[in-house]
Design a protein around this ligand. Structure first.
Ligand SMILES: Nc1ncnc2c1ncn2[C@@H]1O[C@H](COP(=O)(O)OP(=O)(O)OP(=O)(O)O)[C@@H](O)[C@H]1O
Length: 344
């Protein structure tokens, strides 16, 4: 399968498994990412959503080569260089790390309290050896600080002097300083007050627009994703079960899991209250995946076929992808499916 032109990151059947101990004498394999095939276009702002444990962070870490890829493939191609992720070592891995960066969730924990803001931002440049003199490093630090709307006076201070929003700007400046083409923001606004979140999200969107940076935006917060991302992928038990342009996905979600996630978004409309379709049970353990469609034990529309047969991904010309045997029937008459052969 070839990738469309203009693709920055491409994965085919990507898998990340962790060897785990199941008991005193037995070992098992936890499939945190279980066969993901996705193309991320250059300049995209792709949201990844799903319950805790669905594999979002592991997918991001695999794309940064921070965890070993155990199957399938992933490539990075920005037009200048092409890398097979999972295979990178030594100088190539170091070089890739300047092109792909992570913004951490917790701006309080991510910044060393003993370093000045200037040194925190400069450190990746120095580790990568990308500048030749202190003056050149300082110039680059000032440039990214200005891009992130940090006051240049603040560069001499220590992180404890700053609020959560300002600390996240420092983290973002540090992530940007080597000029990455690909940035993973893993719950990057989750630890911030709602009033500050919008400010940081606007900054990320500005970086996408002005610098053409491609973002993978991992979030629990569906309203944030709806307002920020161009395209959204929904993960369940290590797989992408649905992905689509944001507007299409929120207007007409096709997978029963996506519908359940969306119906749980709090509404300001009093008439909508109590309409949430509650997801029954918890996400199963990835060490013990259900047969057939892995969502079937929790799906109110599951049939015998869902228990037996894993659905294939179907992708329309509109870019809307879904993996569900019954999405067409559901879209036409959801209640009729509800009455058919419920799974035990
Ligand atoms: N290093 C590891 N060793 C063993 N299991 C791991 C490891 N990292 C993640 N897992 C497991 O992989 C699965 C996916 O975890 P992951 O953190 O990727 O999910 P997530 O969707 O990002 O969850 P959250 O939203 O809570 O961060 C979970 O079952 C988790 O316990």
């Amino acid at each position: 399968m070839t990738s469309p032109p203009n693709t920055l990151i491409s994965t085919r059947d990507l898998q990340v498994g962790f060897a785990i101990r199941k008991g005193p004498f037995s070992k098992g394999l936890l499939k945190a990412v279980d066969g993901i095939s996705i193309d991320i276009p250059k300049g995209a702002f792709l949201g990844v959503v799903g319950e805790s444990g669905s594999g979002k962070t592991t997918l991001g870490r695999a794309l940064l080569q921070a965890v070993p890829v155990t199957g399938g493939s992933a490539t990075y191609d920005d037009g200048e260089v092409r890398y097979d992720l999972g295979q990178l070592k030594g100088a190539a891995l170091k070089e890739y790390r300047s092109r792909a960066q992570l913004i951490f969730q917790d701006p309080y924990a991510a910044l060393s309290p003993r370093m000045t803001v200037r040194d925190i931002i400069a450190e990746p440049l120095e580790v990568m050896g990308l500048t030749k003199s202190r003056a050149e490093t300082d110039a680059r630090v000032r440039e990214v600080a200005a891009t992130c709307r940090l006051n240049l006076e603040h560069l001499r201070r220590f992180p404890h002097a700053f609020s959560g929003g300002q600390r996240q700007r420092i983290s973002i400046a540090r992530a940007l300083v080597c000029g990455p083409r690909f940035v993973i923001a893993d719950e990057a606004v989750a630890a911030l007050d709602v009033s500050i979140q919008a400010d940081i999200l606007n900054l990320l969107k500005q970086l996408q627009r002005d610098l053409g940076i491609t973002f993978l935006f991992i979030s629990h917060d569906l309203s944030v994703v709806a307002h920020t991302c161009d395209h959204v992928a929904v993960m369940y038990l290590g797989r992408i079960v649905e992905s689509a342009p944001t507007r299409a996905l929120f207007r007409a979600p096709r997978h029963p899991y996506t519908r359940a996630l969306f119906s749980a978004i709090p509404s300001l409309d009093p008439d909508d209250r109590g309409r949430a379709q509650v997801l029954s049970g918890e996400i199963p353990s990835p060490t013990n995946q259900p047969s057939g469609c892995t969502f079937h034990p929790r799906c109110p529309f599951a049939t015998e076929r869902c228990k037996r047969e894993a659905p294939q991904a179907e992708k329309g010309a509109d870019g809307h992808m879904v993996s569900c045997h019954h999405w067409r029937e559901l879209a036409a008459a959801p209640d009729a499916i509800r009455q058919a052969e419920p799974a035990e």
